[in-house]
Write a protein that binds this ligand. Sequence first.
Ligand code: PMP
Ligand code: GLN
Length: 386
Amino acid sequence: MSYLSNRVAGFGTTIFTEMTALAREHNAVNLGQGFPDFPAPDFIKEAAAKAISADINQYAPLPGSPRLRQAIADKTKRLYGREVDPNTQVQIVNGATEAIYATIQGVVNPGDEVIMFEPYYDSYVPCTTMAGGIPRYYTLRAPDWHIDRDELAKLFNDKTKLLIINTPHNPIGKVYTREELQMIADLCIEHDVLVMADEVYEHIVFDDAEHVQIASLPGMEERTITVSSIGKSFSVTGWKIGWTVTTPELNKAVFKAHQFIAFAVASPLQEASADALFHAEESDYYPWLAKMYQDKRDYLLSALNDAGFKTLTPQGAYYILLDISEMGRGNDVDFCRYLTKEVGVAAIPPSAFYSNPADGATIARLTFCKTDEMLAAAAERLQTLK
Ligand code: PMP
Ligand code: GLN
């Protein structure tokens, strides 16, 4: 008899862990798991060292550091024009990962349906099922990832409690337009459905794409839980400082779940995150970040195209999808294993992000959140496929 609960028995190891281990084993350039391999900015590291030295080392308040909540409220006002009360509308959690879990635990009852777009970020489905919820999928299809209103409308019914969107989107790089968000918002308002908006890549947008918060659309503030974190924006994915911004009532849902999941979040890293957000408010940090990633995107895109790959150009986040349908190397899992072991470049097979793995079988995900040297090393190895 297995000691594992039914809740977790079916879960495998996440694809990120699996591919990073394979990359290590074969000494491959790891363009799989999305974590920067370059140093975080000095200002955030120095702020953390200072906070530890100043003995900010005991439990943080349950809602999170007041300075960090204030910094998040300030940024929400300046960038998105929304006035939020840092004391009742912001909750600090352990990364966006906990924000997703706590939000779903806080609002989904057994039997409730949760609509999500696939490919989805891998934690949405297990978080939904652990709460007893039922995932319902809208499949986005390449190359334009268009959303058909009627097809989406069919997923709504009287059991629908929550819809999850992720913009800018991992892994497809889609930045939802205002019109698309309005269409989704109209359906959610009509059916009285809540929205969880995962916006961890909010500052990584390219060309003329604009990140719009669905919470800023009329009638949406009262039904949206916006999720973000410090990891991608300041190249500190290991810090796991995340947050939700929502109404005072929905904030209680996240708060009540959070108090028994983690209770509190690393105090000195919260202070340093507050410093980093204040610094970004007073400087051109976010445009700098977007430009830095746009250059890396363009470099990797042209290296991939030179090597003969068909690519899809992302408008945001830090991933590129390859069309591998004509590579003759099997499905995405076979191809990514081959690329890691034989070519020495690790990638992520996107079938892990679909309810029907066949929908992701002809694409592969590469990340460009790596040093220029690493990207050049990957480009050189990819040239051997020509
Ligand atoms: N959502 C998306 C779409 C992500 O790509 C990630 C990546 N790590 C997360 C959530 C989790 O963020 P965090 O590291 O802050 O937990
Ligand atoms: N968000 C990162 C990615 O998509 C890493 C996620 C993880 O390791 N859990 O690659």
